[in-house]
Design a protein around this ligand. Structure first.
Ligand SMILES: N[C@@H](CCC(=O)N[C@@H](CS)C(=O)NCC(=O)O)C(=O)O
Length: 348
């Protein structure tokens, strides 16, 4: 693993620089379009074809380039498989989604249908077989889309932050998360500097110049600006929302709350995931504990971005990360957590 900058304020890229890097689509941290996969035992021919197409389309987006064209050296993706040693974590993370009645697992206006598989179909479908497939769709493509990712200062073990994250997944918004765990040395002070107080979540929308505290206000703003103006019942300011968000914190027992980092990730990691996924949640907790800034490519069920990831990587599975600081890209939650700890943890 290549060394990364030491975890000190001086060694970290100033936020202005990070933000500067994120302005304009060609300057975005690299998507998986640059994480090229060579044929692997698990899917050799299809992955090869996918990769060449992507390389041509995204030839200019080379900043932070990670995996070389034609290579994917990460662990073999195993959809819905729970790694040994991860069982309790994944199951308790699943309980948090159940306690929130699945909020954050589906995009707005989600629909599923069983259709005939088109001749020569090559794309993402949740399930397929016997000439049929389950297709999923939603209304998010009809909603206004921000040009630049939103920025949110927050942490996992906070019920108000959870509500904001669910909204982001439901609206399929890409967000640059600046983790603010307790004791965090970088983004917590930065949020105070920007907004005036240590209260989370704190939203900054570079598209409109709006910034705000208060999860209910943030949610309303997001649905008004990037949705159809209707806040879902499970996110409306109500007793049920408050109680279920609070209770949903219990199964993970404070994970994703306290700073445990060692080295700074200078450039934000690109992270594909969504709030309702237990595999994603445990990775996000680690990203937050290690104070690793990350650009979330939200892709809850019904998200059109599932096709995007499928095109880039030849399959859809989340979590998927790409780290422009080291050139590493990988599927598999357990391996991702191990990688993050080894690279950015206190012992790194
Ligand atoms: N073994 C993988 C399992 C990941 C997984 O199956 N994630 C689900 C989301 S919860 C997924 O990608 N499902 C594919 C789909 O929904 O089509 C890991 O631990 O990361």
């Amino acid at each position: 693993m290549k060394p990364v900058a030491a975890h000190s304020r001086a060694a970290r890229a100033p936020l202005a620089t990070l933000a500067g890097r994120l302005v304009g689509p060609e300057a975005l941290p690299r998507g998986p379009g640059q994480a090229m996969i060579a044929g692997r035992d698990w899917d050799r021919p299809r992955l090869g074809r996918t990769v060449r197409g992507v390389a041509t389309r995204r030839a200019t987006a080379t900043e932070g380039s990670t995996t070389k064209e034609g290579e994917y050296n990460g662990p073999e993706p195993k959809r819905f498989a729970i790694a040994e040693g991860n069982r309790v974590a994944v199951l308790t993370a699943a309980v948090t989604t159940i306690m929130r009645f699945g909020s954050g697992a589906l995009t707005k206006g989600y629909k599923a249908s069983i259709d005939k598989t088109p001749e020569g179909f090559s794309g993402y479908a949740f399930v397929s077989g016997n000439g049929r497939q389950v297709n999923e769709s939603s209304k998010v493509a009809e909603f206004p889309r921000p040009n630049q990712p939103l920025e949110i200062y927050e942490f996992e073990g906070c019920p108000f932050c959870r509500k904001a994250r669910e909204a982001v997944s439901i609206l399929d918004l890409d967000v640059l998360f600046y983790p603010c765990p307790k004791g965090g040395t970088t983004y917590r002070p930065k949020a105070v500097e920007l907004g005036g107080k240590a209260q989370f979540p704190y939203l900054v929308d570079p598209n409109t110049g709006v910034s705000m505290y208060e999860s209910d206000d943030i949610i309303k703003y997001l649905f008004d600006t990037y949705g159809d103006g209707e806040v879902p019942f499970l996110l409306s300011p109500s007793f049920l929302t408050a109680v279920s968000c609070g209770l949903a914190m219990l199964p993970r027992a404070g994970k994703g709350t306290t700073f445990a980092g060692g080295k700074a990730a200078v450039k934000p990691i690109v992270y594909w995931g969504y709030e309702g996924s237990p595999f994603c949640k445990i990775v996000r907790e680690t990203l937050v504990e290690l104070e690793i800034p990350h650009l979330q490519k939200s892709c809850a069920r019904g998200s059109p971005k599932r096709q995007e990831l499928y095109k880039y990587m030849g399959l859809f599975q989340v979590p998927f990360i790409e780290d422009p600081n080291t050139g590493v890209s990988m599927f598999e939650s357990a391996e991702i957590i191990k990688y993050l700890r080894e690279t950015y943890g206190a012992q790194a």
